[in-house]
Design a protein around this ligand. Structure first.
Ligand code: SF4
Ligand code: SF4
Length: 255
């Protein structure tokens, strides 16, 4: 059997790039950077647990938001360091937004954080309203691919097909600004932060022949990194926030 090797300008195969990322995340510095993400998340979790133990209704506090801001800032540092150490130069840049026609996965606390950020903008309410409309429209696409009882799970084949169909419709993310940049960049979810391409941005367009096979270096997904998602999910659960399969749906829950 002939195996095709995907090689970028730097001469590495995607497998080699993956190994370089793996080496980068095994350094003490990367472990410390990841700990800097997890520490504020765990502190936020303990703060909510303590409030609940005192009989308070579960609710986000200003202190929790400050801790989350710190965690996401540390997350950006962690990802930038990995890419730098693995010598991966993303094609992603300012106002590059072909990927912002997707339905990014989102954790409930991330959706609430983004809704909070949008509410502080002049256009925020309109963006939230657009999220509601898109969530409704995507539901129709989903039903067409899955039947009347869709599973809201991004790993389900029916959901994946519906997501691809949605992507081809080209609706810009409700958070995308008119200038092509994310209007809530600091509040974007983990899935947007870890979405990295190294090929020509034109390959991120659904009509590109490389759309489905373009290389996405595995910058996220190691079991140590999944601790971050688990901590965010734990905070979401403590606050009794509704689950959502994607950003549009998640924002629609907080309008
Ligand atoms: S994923 Fe593609 S479209 Fe999105 S920012 Fe990166 S290169 Fe641009
Ligand atoms: S949240 Fe921002 S980065 Fe993510 S898809 Fe929407 S506009 Fe793009």
């Amino acid at each position: 059997m002939v195996r095709l090797r995907v090689v970028d300008e730097d001469g590495r195969s995607s497998a080699q790039r993956g190994q370089d990322l793996h080496r980068a995340r095994d350094r003490d510095e990367a472990r410390a950077n990841l700990a800097a993400v997890l520490t504020p998340l765990r502190e936020a979790q303990r703060g909510i647990e303590a409030a609940i133990a005192k009989g308070h209704k579960p609710a986000p506090s200003e202190q929790m938001w400050t801790l989350l801001d710190r965690a996401y800032e540390a997350l950006d540092t962690y990802l930038a360091d990995l890419l730098n150490e693995a010598a991966i130069d993303p094609a992603c840049g300012p106002r590059c937004s072909a990927c912002c026609t997707d339905l990014p996965p989102i954790l409930p606390i991330e959706a609430l954080r983004m809704a909070r950020s949008l509410r502080r903008q002049d256009q925020g309410q309109a963006r939230l309203q657009r999220a509601v409309e898109q969530a409704r429209a995507f539901r129709q696409v989903l039903l067409a691919h899955t039947g009347p009882q869709p599973k809201l799970d991004g790993t389900e084949p029916g959901y994946r097909e519906a997501q691809l169909a949605w992507r081809r419709l080209g609706h810009p993310c409700p958070v995308l600004g008119d200038d092509g940049s994310c209007s809530a960049y600091e509040a974007r979810p983990l899935s947007c932060r870890a979405h990295v391409h190294i090929e020509d941005p034109a390959h991120c367009e659904p009509d590109s022949p490389r759309f489905l096979i373009a290389e996405r270096p595995p910058v996220w997904g190691h079991p140590r990194e999944c601790e971050v998602e688990l901590a965010l999910a734990a905070i979401s659960k403590l606050l009794e926030l509704p689950q959502a399969p994607n950003l549009q749906w998640g924002l629609a829950g907080f309008i």
